[in-house]
Write a protein that binds this ligand. Structure first.
Ligand code: NAP
Ligand code: GDD
Length: 324
């Protein structure tokens, strides 16, 4: 089996590539051309995967790639994924996260309609939530240009399924994290901050809204659900979540305590980090995925945060050692 992953250099792309290799897949990754190669998350598997250039902005590059590789499955994980940036670059975010999905679906439609397609949809689509907990049937109310673009990506996937019979699945994944998470997202920002404070490299951590609540899971668990969706008889939409939510304040407390620190001494609120429109509370109900896919999360929130703090402490210690 051949799988093509867009966004293979990202957090989820690297975890999914590892997972598909373990299943015996030939794994191809689409990467955009850059003057410097940033393959930190996939360096450990670089000899086992094949990287090809392409870009969500370039329709012909997508057609050519799919023609050349002829994948059985295609996972679209590439996106401008940081919510605050979507207010700074709303048009580019829409090009990547909304129209980019149509470009891939058009390429599949033209080259081979049998290719199974996974779209990385998001709980950010629920935004100002219309019910608690959120399921596949909960109406969307996005609160950021990112969320709006992801709603488009979701519906165009459903539309190509219904219009052309393409096997397109939409995975509505709630927040998921790991030591490979980008440093700007709140979990990693906190665990990186804890490590630096513990080692005396900084003395304050500035955050935005501490009351926001998220349903946080572990990325390694969540990529399995993407694959399971494409192994079903029929394409569908699935909510993937843990069913437990925590506030940013809880996250901060757990992270600082795991390093033996009192968070109240170090954390400060910076109003500039508060968003123009916030998603206050996300809580997912993944019953459908549990029953249909047999999927369930394995790593708890506390275990994951501890794993991230330990990783960041080890990383900072290594950097300090190299400086000596
Ligand atoms: P990430 O770490 O930010 O990775 C994003 C990936 O997209 C990177 O590989 C990036 O490549 C690539 N990319 C961006 N623009 C591109 C373009 N124009 N052409 C080709 N590649 C492009 O994101 P993630 O956390 O792994 O998330 C994966 C997907 O799931 C995203 O679509 C995200 O929106 C969605 N999602 C994530 C979560 C979550 O909690 N993590 C939850 C729900 C949905 P470069 O390395 O070149 O920048
Ligand atoms: N990033 C960040 N930085 N967030 C902060 C901070 C801060 O200093 N302080 C408080 N927060 C709050 C945000 O306001 C938000 O309510 C929450 O922490 C989570 O922020 P992020 O970690 O940036 O994630 P997100 O929920 O906006 O988006 C992530 O999850 C989505 C799924 O719901 C991203 O991975 C998206 O790509 C994904 O779709």
């Amino acid at each position: 089996m051949k799988a093509l992953i867009t966004g293979i250099t990202g957090q989820d792309g690297s975890h999914l590539a590892e997972f598909l290799l373990s299943k015996g897949y030939e794994v191809f990754g689409m990467v955009r051309r850059s003057s410097t190669e940033k393959f930190d998350r996939i360096n450990h598997i670089i000899d086992k995967i094949k990287l090809k250039q392409g870009d969500l902005l370039d329709q012909l590059s997508l057609i050519r790639l799919i023609e050349e590789i002829q994948p059985d499955e295609m996972y679209n994980l590439a996106a401008q994924s940081f919510v605050p940036t979507s207010w700074q670059q709303p048009v580019l975010t829409a090009e990547f996260d909304a129209v980019g999905v149509t470009r891939i679906l058009e390429a599949i439609r033209l080259v081979d309609k049998k290719i199974k397609f996974y779209q990385a949809s998001s709980s950010e689509m629920f935004g100002k939530t219309q019910e608690v907990p959120q399921t596949e049937k909960t109406p969307f109310y996005p609160r950021s240009p990112y969320g709006v673009a992801k709603v488009y990506g979701h519906w165009i996937t459903v539309n190509y399924r219904e219009s052309y019979g393409i096997f397109g699945c939409s995975g509505i994944l709630f927040n998921h994290e790991s030591p490979r998470r980008g440093l700007e997202f709140v979990t990693r920002k906190v665990t990186d901050g804890v490590a630096k404070i513990k080692l005396g490299l900084k003395d304050k951590l500035y955050l935005g809204n501490l009351d926001a609540q998220r349903d946080w899971g572990y990325a390694g668990d969540y990529v399995e659900s993407m694959w399971l969706m494409l192994q079903q008889k029929e394409p569908d939409n699935y909510v993937i979540a843990t069913g437990i939510s925590h506030s940013v304040k809880d996250l901060v407390r757990v992270a600082f305590e795991s390093a033996g620190l009192d968070w109240q001494k170090y954390v400060k609120v910076d109003q500039n980090l508060v968003r123009p429109a916030e998603v206050d509370h996300l809580l997912g109900d993944a019953s459908y995925a549990r029953n249909k896919l047999g999927w369930q999360p394995k790593v708890s929130f506390e275990e994951m945060i501890k794993m991230m703090v330990e990783h960041d402490l080890a990383l900072q210690q290594k950097i300090l050692k190299h400086k000596d």
